[in-house]
Structures are given as structure tokens and as C-alpha cells.
Design a protein around this ligand. Structure first.
Ligand SMILES: Cc1ncc(COP(=O)(O)O)c(C=O)c1O
Length: 394
């Protein structure tokens, strides 16, 4: 079996599993309890906070543990929006290809009276910093642009966008769920005020993540209750999950450079191999993308059929994001970069990982070529294209 869907989730590392089990066994106390069992758990919690902070160039008190990326996105955006409202600023800037955790939060805020500008993403899947600058008005309280896109893997000019926001006095949030542990992220150098991350994207457990909030930024609570996380998120902390996330993050950061080098070679081989398929196209910039991500459109086929036939051959991949697969709507990300509906339907995302080998890549290329040809063999859309009754787009 070849697992090529690491953007959906990653397998927990042995080290993270080990940390999770030993923490659950040995440090099971409530970190808020004053006696020793509790204080031992608190020590683990605070050690984890320091290490997570260190991994992104932050200070420990700037890290808040959450249930994952969605919660961190929700809290970051809502907090910035409420801070803005207090100063009479209710305009938010984002992009059309954000994750739904961001887009749906923005929709909700729109219904509450905020104005949202969604910047276009260009054909190469990149946001242009000058366009962010041009969209900022006196009313703008927040810019939120993802670090790396979950479907097409393009890496945004975060540092430049952050610098523009700093200069204009606007808060800048980035959903870095796909970037953390994979590409270098430094909240100070990158001019980031708020950042979301999720452990299950870097070989940690599901249901745990963190929010970085630059000191001085007052967060709005999404969950009311006890005074955990310095009063910013109620609920007894998931100490084993947090400890396991920290192990996974530390390991991911240590191996980042070597992994990126290896994956970039494999990624580029996949891109070269799949580009040989007639009427196909890579989605997103070929170089400014995650080392793990390959996303293609093939004209005249349905992505779902392609996925099922690849699964039969032992290849697990995705078309669109995990959250949208299962629905027949084409991916909003592919539409945002200008793919028309029919073409966007024939998409394939391969997100490789550290376990992927050269042989796996060769097998994937061979299989995709054969399956695309097979599916086109009985596709009425393909027949019409070949007969000249419709025009090829790719
Ligand atoms: C870019 C991005 N943001 C947010 C999320 C949500 O993270 P979580 O599953 O931890 O809630 C995901 C997960 O797919 C993601 O890829």
C-alpha cells in the first residue's frame, strides 16, 4: 500500500505514540491540581509549551493549546475581529482559497456585520503582496492568508504580507496547518501576529493543535469555563496529546531540511512523469509549493473514479480536500485558481511523505497513466473532445 494523502492526515510517529502512552500512564494528573501528581502534569505541559514556542520562534506564553487547526483558526479570526470592532474597524481581508475553517468563520462574521474582501488567487496559486496592500483600508482590522494551501500546496509570500500588515497597523493571521513541521516558520521573522497549527499534519495525534498569539493580543474565548490556558481556553488540558504533539514537532523540525530535500526530488519526478499525460496540467506553481505536494488536473475524467481505481492498485490519494471529497462540488481551491468546473472535477492530489520511495513514485506514475487512459476510453466527455465537438482546455 502506498499512502499518498499526507495532507489529509499523517500516521503518528512511533516516538509520538510512545510519548502519548507514557504521559498517559505516568503523568495523568490534572495540571490545575496543587498536589504533586497535578504539578508533575503541569511541568510536562509547560515544558511542551516552551518547546512548541521554540519551534516557531515564539515565547511560551504566546502559545495556547487547542483541539486542532479549526479551533485555532476560529479563535484567531474571531479575536482579531472583536478587537477591530472595539476600534470601529470591521473589514477583514482573506483569500478565496482558504480552508473552510477560515472561510466559514468569515461567512459567520459577515452575517454579524463585518465586511470581508476575498482576494483572488492567481493561476499559479499565489497571493500577490501588493494586492493585499491595495485592499487594506482604514477600516481593516485583520488580514488572514494561509501559509501553504492544503490542496495545491502553494507557499504564500507570508513574510512580505506580514511586513505590509505591520506597516499599516493591521493584525495578520496565517493558517499554517500545512506548513508547520514541513517548511521553516518563524513568527518574528515572518511578521506573524496569529498562527494556527494542527498536530496530525506532522505525525502527531488528531484533536490537538495550537494557536500562537503575539503577546499583547487579547484573545476572545470560544470555550467558557475554568481558567486553563491563562483564562483563554477553558477545559482540562489534553496533556498526553500535547506532549505527543511536542515530540512530533521537535522531530519534524530536526528532520525538516533532509526530508524537504528528499521529497522535493520525488515531487519533481512525479510532476515530470504525470506531465507526460496528454491534456493534463499541474495545479499551482511548480517551485513555490510544499515539497510533498503534487496536484494535477486531467481533462475528460472524473477525479472520484480515478481515486477508486488507484485505491484498487494500492495507492491512496485524494481529489480536493478530505473535507470536500464526498461532495460533488468541484474544489473551491481549483475554481479559485481559474480551473473551469469540468477540468476541476478531474483532479488528483498526491501528498507524499518521508516513507515514500523512488519505486513508489515510479509505480504511481505508471498507474496514473494507465488509469487515466482507461477512464478516458469510455468517457463521453473525452469522446466529444477527441471528435472536436468540444474544445480542449488543457
Ligand atoms: C489548511 C488547513 N487548515 C485547517 C485545517 C483543520 O485542522 P484540524 O483538522 O486540526 O481541525 C486543515 C486540515 O485539513 C488544513 O489543511
Amino acid at each position: 500500500m502506498i499512502y499518498a494523502d499526507n495532507a489529509a492526515t499523517t500516521k503518528m510517529s512511533e516516538a509520538a505514540i510512545h510519548t502519548m502512552i507514557t504521559t498517559a500512564q505516568e503523568t495523568w494528573g490534572n495540571p490545575s491540581s496543587l498536589y504533586q501528581t497535578g504539578q508533575k502534569a503541569k511541568e510536562v505541559l509547560e515544558e511542551a509549551r516552551s518547546r512548541v514556542a521554540e519551534a516557531i520562534g515564539a515565547e511560551p506564553r504566546e502559545i495556547l493549546f487547542t483541539s486542532g487547526g479549526s479551533e485555532a483558526d476560529n479563535q484567531a479570526i474571531r479575536s482579531a475581529a472583536e478587537l477591530g470592532k472595539k476600534r470601529g474597524k470591521t473589514h477583514i481581508i482573506s483569500t478565496a482559497f482558504e480552508h473552510h475553517a477560515v472561510l466559514h468563520t468569515l461567512k459567520k462574521l459577515e452575517s454579524e456585520g463585518y465586511t470581508v474582501t476575498l482576494l483572488p488567487v492567481h493561476e499559479n496559486g499565489l497571493v500577490v503582496p501588493e494586492e493585499v496592500a491595495a485592499a487594506i483600508t482604514d477600516e481593516t482590522c485583520l488580514v488572514t492568508v494561509m501559509f501553504a494551501n492544503n490542496e495545491i500546496g502553494t507557499i504564500q509570500p507570508i513574510r512580505e504580507i506580514g511586513a505590509i500588515c505591520r506597516e499599516k497597523g493591521v493584525l495578520f493571521h496565517t493558517d499554517a496547518v500545512q506548513a508547520i513541521g514541513h517548511v521553516p516558520v518563524d513568527v518574528v521573522l515572518d511578521n506573524i501576529d496569529l498562527l494556527s497549527a494542527s498536530a496530525h499534519k506532522f505525525h502527531g495525534p488528531k484533536g490537538i493543535g495550537f494557536l500562537y498569539a503575539r503577546k499583547g493580543i487579547r484573545l476572545t474565548n470560544l470555550i467558557e469555563g475554568g481558567a486553563q490556558e491563562r483564562g483563554r481556553r477553558a477545559g482540562t488540558e489534553n496533556v498526553p496529546g500535547i506532549a505527543a504533539m511536542t515530540t512530533a514537532l521537535t522531530d519534524a523540525c530536526k528532520a525538516m531540511e533532509a526530508n524537504a530535500e528528499k521529497l522535493t526530488v520525488l515531487r519533481d519526478k512525479l510532476i515530470a512523469g504525470l506531465s507526460e499525460i496528454p491534456h493534463s496540467a499541474l495545479n499551482g506553481d511548480a517551485a513555490k509549493r510544499l515539497p510533498s505536494n503534487v496536484n494535477f488536473c486531467f481533462e475528460g475524467i472524473e477525479g472520484e473514479s480515478l481515486l477508486l481505481l488507484l485505491d484498487d492498485r494500492g495507492i491512496q490519494a485524494s481529489s480536493g480536500s478530505a473535507c470536500t471529497s464526498g461532495s460533488l462540488d468541484p474544489s473551491h481551491v481549483l475554481l479559485a485558481i481559474g480551473r473551469v468546473h469540468d477540468v476541476a472535477h478531474g483532479s488528483l492530489r498526491l501528498s507524499i511523505g518521508e516513507d515514500t520511495s523512488e519505486d513508489d513514485v515510479a509505480y504511481i506514475i505508471k498507474s496514473v497513466k494507465e488509469v487515466v487512459e482507461y477512464l478516458r476510453g469510455f468517457s463521453p466527455v473525452w469522446r466529444d473532445l477527441c471528435a472536436g465537438k468540444a474544445s480542449f482546455i488543457l
